[in-house]
Design a protein around this ligand. Structure first.
Ligand code: 3UK
Length: 544
């Protein structure tokens, strides 16, 4: 059977059952769907074997796999490096299957090798965003009871500062430091631990805006399910594609798009350490990249640069562009298409679901819509009573499929999972054509004078104005109306931030969407607060 819980390891076999012991109880987990033939997973499964070793076994070890600033590795080379690091973890650092290993570094081939080393050894990879500070690292280490860390030497300071508060963390090695030498002294062979399909191999922390971060647990079979759903049905990349992008591997958008998905089809990835829009454009040319993953704000910044300096970057290798993390404004889709000729593939995913579950390919892309349910998943829009709403009505997005929310020891499981559905916290509507149309985060809906207004719709309207570089729209407390619509606007260079511009933008919005949605207040800013993953932090724009 595909999803039976595996028996415990034989007596005497060493196994750290922390993850298994802290899964939500079965009744608190979402319903899982495994109907499709490609989702029939065996009881024993190690996703590293499937994604990496399999290619070498089939005689494809010479294919290009991962490149970065310092390395260019074939599948066989990545496998050898991952095997050596796995040996270090097991033979030198005493790693036992089920132990949690913190991975800390910018995207690079070494970070990818460390990820595979942990998973090969039956460990659990715990990613951490490069910019996290000691306090945030401590929260993660304590929550996941992390025992080992592999950390980029250049990012060692914050982890060192965290260590006094991290009693479980007893082994730390640095890459770009002693790890490479230790690994080089080990043999390049390693027999992957024979894990169960429902053993946890990944704990991904939410890039949550408030509160303690939530750890989402993912099994080996979840990784394979993510590779089997959206990539072949919507992305449809080829073995000769070169993947590139900005999301960190600690963010599941990046882990899937820049590591799991290319390897699942024998393609390759270029891992760029600092992938700002300025850096990404030349990197695409340098690596002749063909599949790009980044966030809407990055597409917009790159499109504006391309429009300002036409012909400066050779993007002729680029074939497919994927946007996720935030709603893709219609204006950004248009700008990117004008600059490159490419229709963006939008997709909504979440850390809880591991990757994208609603999306549209180039042929079905429609401005203002995210897309259709990805094969393998089911989605609905629910009313406050938990029942499905008819098409056209705005309600709470609910989804289920082969992956789903399993928070590590967290009462908030009951918020995300209700009645078997995963509730993402997004307000959506299903259009007549069956496409899902994003409105807002449910807690970001603005209620002004009795009207429900979705901030992102007002943002999309403002972004159509040629003077606007970036913007964020929130509800602002107001005596008379409860809330008013307030816009924070970053103007393009050379535009005047004055009262006349306020009036111009207000009139523009009134002429673009229903007039009652126009921003009654506009504040000009030099920049907007964003997460490391490109998401606008609306809570930091709201009135304190
Ligand atoms: C929002 C979107 C509209 C939405 C993610 C792809 O973003 C990812 O995971 P997070 O846990 O955030 C999830 C929330 O982000 N969102 C994401 N994509 C879209 N809203 N249109 C979109 N295309 O509020 C969702 O609930 O950080 C995205 C793959 C893996 C991921 N982890």
């Amino acid at each position: 059977m595909a999803c039976m819980r595996s028996p415990d390891p034989a007596p005497g076999e060493r196994f750290d059952s922390f993850a298994r012991d802290h899964l939500p109880p079965p009744e608190a987990q979402p319903e899982f769907l495994f109907e499709r033939p490609e989702l029939q997973f065996p009881a024993r499964l190690n996703c590293a074997t499937e994604l990496l070793d399999r290619w070498v076994e089939r005689g494809q070890g010479g294919r290009m796999c991962i490149q970065g600033a310092a390395q260019r590795w074939t599948y066989a080379e990545l496998q050898a490096q991952a095997n050596r690091i796995a040996r270090v973890l097991v033979d030198e650092l005493g790693l036992v299957p089920g132990n949690r290993v913190l991975l800390r570094g910018a995207n690079s081939p070494m970070l990818a090798a460390c990820w595979f080393a942990v998973v090969k050894a039956g460990g659990i990879a715990v990613g951490s965003m490069p910019l996290l500070r000691a306090r945030e690292l401590t929260q993660i280490v304590v929550k996941a009871q992390v025992t080992h860390a592999l950390c980029d030497a250049g990012l060692a300071a914050e982890l060192d500062a965290a260590r006094p508060d991290c009693p479980t963390l007893h082994q730390v090695l640095h890459f770009g430091g002693e790890l490479e030498a230790r690994a080089a002294a080990q043999p390049a062979r390693f027999d992957n631990v024979d894990t169960a399909a429902d053993d946890t191999c990944l704990i991904a922390f939410t890039s949550g805006t408030t509160g303690v971060p939530k750890g989402t647990m993912h099994f080996h079979r979840d990784v394979m399910a993510a590779c089997a759903c959206w990539p072949p049905h919507v992305l449809r990349a080829r073995p000769d594609d070169v993947f590139i992008g900005s999301p960190p591997l600690a963010f599941t958008f990046g882990l899937g798009g820049l590591l799991l998905f290319p390897l699942s089809i024998g393609a390759s990835a270029a891992l760029v350490e600092r992938a700002s829009p300025d850096a990404l454009l030349p990197a695409i040319a340098q690596y002749r990249a063909s599949v790009l993953f980044t966030a809407p704000t990055s597409y917009r910044a790159m499109a504006l640069q391309l429009a300002a300096h036409p012909g400066q970057h050779d993007l002729s290798s680029l074939r497919k562009c994927v946007s996720a993390g935030e709603a893709l404004p219609a204006a950004t889709r248009t700008l990117w298409k004008q600059a490159t000729g490419i229709e963006i593939i939008d997709g909504i995913g979440s850390t809880e679901m591991l990757h994208i579950f609603i999306s549209a390919d180039e042929a079905h892309a429609r401005p203002g819509a995210t897309g259709f349910v990805v094969p393998g998943y089911r989605a609905a829009v629910l009313g406050d009573d938990g029942r499905e709403l008819p098409r056209g009505q705005v309600g709470r997005l609910a989804v289920k499929g082969p992956t789903g929310c399993k928070y590590l020891d967290d009462a908030r499981q009951a918020n995300y999972v209700q009645g078997g559905w995963n509730l993402t916290g997004d307000a959506y509507r299903i259009a007549e054509d069956g496409q899902f149309e994003y409105q807002a985060r449910t807690d970001d809906m603005i209620i002004s004078g009795g009207y429900n207004i979705a901030g992102p719709e007002v943002e999309s309207a403002l972004l159509l104005h040629p003077a606007v570089a970036e913007c964020g729209v929130v509800g602002w407390p107001d005596e008379a109306r409860g809330q008013i619509v307030k816009a924070f606007v970053v103007l393009k260079p050379g535009e005047a931030a004055d009262a006349a511009m306020v009036k111009t933008l207000q009139d523009f919005v009134k002429a673009t969407v229903a007039p009652y949605k126009y921003p009654r207040e506009i504040e000009f800013r030099a920049s907007l607060p964003r997460t490391e993953t490109g998401k606008l932090q609306r809570f930091r724009l709201r009135a304190p």
